[in-house]
Design a protein around this ligand. Structure first.
Ligand code: ADP
Length: 679
């Protein structure tokens, strides 16, 4: 076994690999970009090397720097994690040339599977079933359109060099083919420097089922069963589980055999995943990922095998630790990926600082894989995943219950996350029934991504009480510092010389304004909320939770606060309420403005509107390319475009004003105003 390894990656996967290395008494070397100088994976490594500026191209993708760091540190092997250089055959070769072991398959196997088109051709020859489609070399538009027509619409255009859903377009009708092809090629060229595409029949209600395979250098190859990764948004996984709901032993055997055949056909060594798309009773090969998958923990939870340990052993020349008949599935595991992204805005990645972060407690049945701590930033340079939350149970229902409880206990403040979305998904009856396919999220979008139900009275009461407790604590602290600590002027309990006294608090909840009238009693508050009167008491418990007594009913709620923003966590939901401070009326002014800000830094690649155009709510206005993905900016309301600040090719910073939109009625009035006093 190795004495020291370098991890050519960052974030949760770097931390994950180090955990196993530590357990095996292998020393670890981290690498980091300038942006990651203080990152968790750097802190957790035995030593760390700086490899360049923040953009991945100049750091985590810089082969020479990585090899130099490995040589300088005396590491014997490099673990590439996933993403970055994990499926780069040149990197694997560069490692070998430098006398370092690449912890992954041989370069030839990476190359064979690196092109989706070439891999499909190879798999077809090996007898593995394929989705009907075209994966030839002829790439002219006319030929591709003819192939699409022959396959029959709807079709899916995919970048042959693709990954991460980039360069992928569904085309419903022949009329849309040319535009979709151009967009797919543009995205593929920018992300992979190669715009070769393939075309497949688009299956309308398929499941994504993949098989984990493992091979050693002595010719043995086994599979570690399947993972169901059907729950996807933008064709990217968010929830994965093992085993696949409804999988029967016969089908598992057939898929396992096909996956092993695929691995053998390319002389595979190490950990790999063969992805299939399944519909009806059939399954078809999609691609093989020649690395560890993001979702590998669900397999670990049901097999009890540490996949990273197996990777290390096999790379060190050891045989597979177990035979096919020695591995078995125990119970069920589900993983939810927690991302900085906004489900209400088509899952647009979010950036910002994790002002508050508290993960649920880990146990034998709950795993939290993360690469960030409170205070860290999620930036534009890397993947916006915050953590993976994995729950295990004796069966699917037990695992799901645990996942729901853990999601409810996950606290993040400071940026948009998909936590609420995941909680709604985990609570959806169709998900509980295992009725999953790749269209699940799109089909249930209104329920999963729609605005949350308005906060109930007790949630509002909790926010108001948290505010009052904080004010009282601040007043006590101020009094203690002052010359006259008992002066009535320090009191924050609404005490007045005479009469019933009350204070009106207001919170903004989305667009709505919610009012709370607080009456100050001797022992308790009386709160008036939406016509209801509640006798209320509250105190902070040592862990920061709020102990509430509302009309004699006691509860314990988490109420988080950042400035004027309050997050109340209740029954798996997060309610965000912003205290409207009467002394700071700016909030309201901002909400009313018609400016459209860039949701993230990127480059403008298309502009569909011009100043003076009337546009309808939802109409696409601009396309920004960021993180090598295209994001369409649509009109938030009907209106008239007043001005557009950018042209195609311009770079924009997050928050920059892209265009100004005047509401229809204001614009109409202005136009009418020119006519003077007409009767
Ligand atoms: P990438 O490598 O970019 O992630 P994949 O080929 O792995 O792309 O496909 C990603 C997802 O797209 C799949 O999990 C599946 O949901 C969907 N998909 C791929 N091919 C098809 C198809 N032929 N029909 C329907 N959906 C598909």
């Amino acid at each position: 076994m190795f004495a020291k390894i370098l991890i050519a990656n960052r974030g949760e996967i770097a931390c994950r690999v180090m955990r196993t290395a530590r357990r095996l008494a292998i020393r670890t070397v981290a690498v980091h970009s300038e942006a990651d100088r203080d990152a968790l994976h750097v802190a957790e490594a035995d030593e760390a090397y700086a490899i360049g500026p923040a953009p991945a191209r100049e750091s985590y993708l810089n082969i020479e720097r990585l090899i130099a760091a490995a040589k300088a540190s005396g590491a014997e092997a490099i673990h590439p994690g996933y993403g970055f250089l994990s499926e780069n055959a040149d990197f694997a070769e560069a490692c070998a040339a430098a006398g370092l072991v690449f912890i992954g398959p041989p370069p030839a196997a990476i190359r064979a599977m690196g092109s989706k088109s070439a891999a499909k051709a190879l798999m077809g020859r090996a007898g593995v079933p394929l989705v009907p489609g075209y994966h030839g070399a002829e790439q002219g538009e006319v030929q591709l359109a003819a192939e699409a027509a022959a396959i029959g619409y709807p079709v899916l255009i995919k970048a042959s060099a693709g990954g991460g859903g980039k360069g992928m377009r569904i085309v419903e009708r022949e009329a849309d083919f040319a535009a979709a092809l151009a967009a797919a090629k543009r995205e593929a060229r920018s992300a992979f420097g190669d715009d070769t595409v393939l075309i497949e029949k688009y299956l309308t209600r398929p499941r994504h089922i993949e098989m984990q395979v493992f091979a050693d250098a002595r010719g043995q190859c086994i599979h570690l069963f399947e993972r169901d990764c059907s729950v996807q948004r933008r064709h990217q996984k968010v929830v994965e589980e093992a085993p696949a709901p409804g999988m029967d032993p016969e089908r598992r055997r057939a898929m396992g055999a096909a996956a092993v055949a695929a691995a053998r056909a390319v002389g595979y060594v190490g950990a790999g995943t063969v992805e299939f798309i399944a519909e009806g009773g059939q399954f078809f090969f999609m691609e093989m990922n020649t690395r560890l998958q993001v979702e590998h923990p669900v397999t670990e939870m049901v097999t009890g095998i540490d996949l990273v340990e197996w990777q290390l052993r096999i790379a060190a020349g050891e045989p597979l630790p177990l035979r096919q008949d020695e591995v078995a599935i125990s119970g069920h595991a589900i993983e939810a990926r927690i991302y900085a992204e906004d489900p209400a805005r088509d899952f647009l990645p979010a950036t910002g600082r994790l002002q508050h972060l508290r993960a649920p407690a880990e146990s034998a049945e709950i795993r939290v894989e993360t690469g960030v701590r409170a205070g860290d930033a999620i930036g534009i340079h890397y993947d916006p995943m915050i953590a993976k939350l994995v729950a295990h149970g004796v069966d699917r229902a037990a695992a799901l219950r645990r996942l729901q409880a853990a999601l409810a206990a996950y606290e993040v403040m400071g940026l948009a996350t998909n936590l609420d979305f995941l909680a709604r998904l985990a609570a959806h009856p169709d998900f509980a029934a295992g009725a999953v396919d790749t269209g699940f999220i799109a089909r249930h979008r209104a329920i999963l991504c729609g605005p949350p139900p308005p906060a109930s009275e007790d949630v509002l009461a909790a926010a108001a009480l948290a505010l009052l407790l904080d004010e009282a604590a601040a007043a006590r602290a101020e009094a203690a510092r002052s010359a006259d600590p008992y002066s009535p002027w320090h009191r924050r309990d609404g005490w007045r010389l005479n009469g019933d006294t009350y204070q009106d608090l207001a919170f903004a909840e989305g667009e709505a304004r919610r009012a709370v009238r607080v009456h100050y009693g001797r022992e308790a508050y009386r709160l008036e909320i939406g016509g209801r009167s509640i006798a209320a008491r509250a105190e902070r418990s040592p862990d920061g939770s709020l102990r509430l007594d509302l009309d004699g009913v006691r509860s314990n709620l988490r109420v988080l606060r950042q400035g004027g923003a309050f997050c109340v966590l209740k029954a798996g939901r997060t309610y965000t309420l912003r205290h409207i401070d009467p002394l700071a009326p700016r909030d309201v002014a901002e909400a009313a403005s018609g400016q459209l800000a860039a949701p993230m830094s990127g480059r403008i690649i298309q502009v569909f509107a011009a100043a003076g155009n009337a546009v309808r709510r939802g109409q696409p206005l601009l396309v920004i390319e960021a993180m090598k993905m295209e994001h369409t900016i649509s009109a938030p309301a009907d209106g008239i475009v007043e001005r557009i600040g950018y042209a195609v090719g311009d770079l924009v910073e997050e928050g920059a004003e892209l265009l100004a939109l005047a509401p229809h009625d204001a614009a109409a009035k202005e136009a009418a105003g020119g006519g003077g006093d007409r009767p």
